[in-house]
Design a protein around this ligand. Structure first.
Ligand code: ZN
Length: 271
């Protein structure tokens, strides 16, 4: 038994007071999770190029991020340290566990909203890459009760519906709008459900896919579709792809993502 600083009397058993203090010190500095080892260099190269493409295509600016799951471990993912995506190099890529704890941080700043990525990977084993952005044409559809729907076959991945995440339902009426902890990330991932894209009211959107190239395709064409839909709504009532057309077109497009990728990659690597 020992009288503690808090005034309470605690039974520390055989561990003793010094042992308890040492255990508390160890708990306070919980060891970083272990690395799953190096990724396929081609995966990291795609992730770096994707950062540059998303800027070049107007999906991200100084803000926004893209991640990919580790090719050797379902419970790890890669994402840049906190910086503008257009400036990312392979040296800036960090490994995270699915609680979004960096493996080898070495003093580098990490994205506040990294929980978006870890929590979606937890709920969606099929997802291998995620983009979070504030692309401007999409945000009106997050803030107005007009659904984002597929205008043409290229954006057919929007066919199954695009849910909207309302942060007030989880964080109350006075949040800073950021997905800054695991609980908010989990709530967003739950709203995303099985869909490829979800909107975030007053904030932006997330896109999820089976590869870096697929998720870049989806993030770019979500923005393009939002521009086209807004234009169509000024003219009249659009006829969208129905669910059957969207499902069939998505199947076709999923085999064609390398075509725009090669073009977008050449634009950012030729500079
Ligand atoms: Zn954000």
């Amino acid at each position: 038994m020992v009288q503690c600083f808090c005034g309470m009397v605690h039974d520390l058993g055989r561990r003793g007071f010094l042992g308890a203090l040492m255990a508390a010190a160890v708990d306070a500095q919980a060891p970083a999770p272990a690395s799953a080892g190096p990724a396929d260099p081609a995966l990291i190269e795609d992730l770096v190029i994707a950062n540059h493409i998303l800027y070049d295509q107007g999906v991200v600016d100084g803000f926004g991020h893209i991640s990919t799951r580790h090719d050797k471990d379902q419970n790890r993912y890669f994402m840049s340290r906190s910086m503008a995506p257009a400036l990312v190099t392979a040296e800036d890529i960090l490994e995270y566990d699915l609680d979004s704890t960096p493996i080898d941080q070495r003093g580098r700043a990490v994205y506040l909203e990294r929980f978006i990525h870890g929590e979606i990977y937890k709920l969606r084993p099929d997802v291998r890459a995620i983009v979070h952005s504030h692309s401007p044409a999409v945000i009106p559809y997050a803030n107005v009760k007009v659904p984002l729907r597929p205008m043409n076959h290229i954006a057919s991945f929007l066919g199954g519906g695009v849910p909207v995440f309302e942060i007030r339902t989880v964080a109350g009426p006075a949040s800073d709008m950021l997905i800054r902890n695991a609980a908010l990330g989990h709530a967003l991932a739950t709203v995303l459900g099985p869909h490829p894209v979800a909107l975030m009211r007053g904030h932006g959107s997330v896109a999820a896919a089976q590869s870096v190239r697929h998720v870049v395709f989806r993030a770019v064409y979500t923005e393009v579709n939002a521009r086209m839909e807004s234009e169509a709504l000024r003219l009249g009532e659009p006829t969208f792809l129905n669910d059957e057309e969207a499902a069939a077109a998505m199947k076709t497009n999923d085999g064609l993502v390398d075509r725009p990728w090669d073009l977008w990659k050449r634009r950012v690597t030729a500079k």
